[in-house]
Design a protein around this ligand. Sequence first.
Ligand code: AP5
Ligand code: ZN
Length: 218
Amino acid sequence: MRLILLGAPGAGKGTQAQFICEAFGIPQISTGDMLRAAVKAGTELGMKAKEIMNAGGLVSDDIIIGLVKDRISQPDCAKGFLFDGFPRTIPQADAMKEAGVKLDHVVEIAVDDEEIVQRMSGRRVHPASGRTYHLVYNPPKVAGKDDVTGEDLIQREDDNEATVRHRLAVYHDQTAPLVEYYQAWAKQDAAQAPVYSHIKGVGSVEDIRAQVMKALGA
Ligand code: AP5
Ligand code: ZN
């Protein structure tokens, strides 16, 4: 299974990715998590990405495409993979097409901007794994601690309201055109194009999980 989870920042991609990856036994490829790991490790890539990410902008297509091509050539991706937060621009999507990366599904999780702004202030993450919680909607078993490791949860630096609003604007400008891109491709060439599913991402985490699994035939 090779799939893309498409959706605005805070739509619930990371939350649903955990369930899908577990169900299909495939790795989650989150370009955001990869970049945050590089920032934390202080690599050259991390130094380039840090300010762009904190401001809510996009890291350059060349860097991201190189990172992803390298990642999907690794042995654990032979069975498939889930892209979370990638592709995020038309050139990133074209790069996968040109590289002959055949995708089975695109699952879009659609959530309104105002709902997202509300959600983001309550998000907490476990930085080492990328596991995501919400203070109200998806709380950890012990307040402030990761369910699996018991380590501290943090708030992401780009989760303040002003940056979230900027990330949403960047999403509508650069990433939302991919909705039309994949829908049009599915209509033109059903044999080659990934199957497109649109899911309304408002409701409980469990309810959305059920809809996503149904769309994927799991
Ligand atoms: P990235 O890490 O990809 O962030 P994002 O796309 O902005 O998405 P988020 O992680 O914010 O949201 P999500 O959809 O995963 O939501 P979540 O499940 O956590 O990217 C960060 C930055 O890296 C970018 O801004 C950019 O600079 C750079 N970057 C990354 N990829 C790039 C690329 N390809 N090209 C260029 N630059 C790139 O859920 C959000 C919250 O809501 C959580 O608290 C969760 O618990 C809660 N929640 C989830 N579901 C529900 C529900 N049903 N009801 C209520 N609450 C819910
Ligand atoms: Zn995420």
